[in-house]
Design a protein. Structure first.
Length: 209
């Protein structure tokens, strides 16, 4: 009589004749179906729809807010430049709305919406008009992503060599390019107040100067 098992009898002491070969396809094991069933698919679609409804307006408002901020910075920079150039050149420098920023010689235009663009120029004479003896300093292109930049006050802002802008007192209201019924419309809006010394102040859109 021999004790134990030989290697041919099985593995780890289990007789080979007592073992049953099992595989993933064996009838004794449950088979797992691959892919989604209908319920899982409906849940997935519902979650994607909810995330889309929440995410799309938030992303749109974020981009609108950045656009407004960029436009505010452009205008404030232009006003500072106009004052600096008037001091440096010792001549009047005007900033005004333009309707044709892409023209070789853009000029000032009537109207209150500055989202069409604006220009800075040395304004010798006649005042408020780009004459043959005047020099363009900067041309700001129109904004496709603006809901309006509405000017309240004088149509032009002219800095004299002393570095002040008599009659410039007023403001610019920047609106985002989203529906006015959107709850974020007023929150994103910004107002830039300008005084006769050329100083600017940024306020929330519905706040008066």
């Amino acid at each position: 009589m021999r004790c134990g098992f030989s290697a041919s009898d099985g593995v780890s002491g289990v007789p080979e004749r007592g073992r049953r070969s099992l595989s993933l396809n064996s009838p004794g094991l449950p088979r797992r179906e691959q892919g989604f069933n209908m319920m899982e698919l409906l849940v997935t679609v519902s979650i994607i729809s909810i995330l889309t409804v929440i995410g799309v307006p938030s992303f749109r408002n974020l981009m609108s807010s950045r656009a407004v901020q960029g436009q505010v910075e452009d205008l404030a920079s232009s006003i500072r430049l106009a004052r600096t150039e008037a001091l440096k050149r010792s001549v009047p420098v005007t900033i005004c709305r333009t309707a044709n920023p892409n023209d070789p010689t853009p000029g000032c235009a009537a109207g209150t919406d500055w989202s069409t663009g604006w220009i800075l120029f040395v304004d010798r004479a006649p005042r408020g008009v780009v004459g043959t003896n005047d020099t363009l300093i900067r041309v700001q292109q129109s904004y496709a992503n603006s809901g309006g930049i509405n000017r309240t006050g004088s149509a032009t802002i002219t800095f004299i060599p002393a570095g002040i802008a008599p009659g410039a007192d007023g403001n610019f209201l920047f609106r985002p390019k989203i529906p006015s019924t959107d709850s974020a419309y007023n929150k994103i809006s910004r107002r830039v107040c300008v005084n006769n010394s050329g100083a600017t102040r940024l306020l929330p859109g519905e706040t008066a100067c």
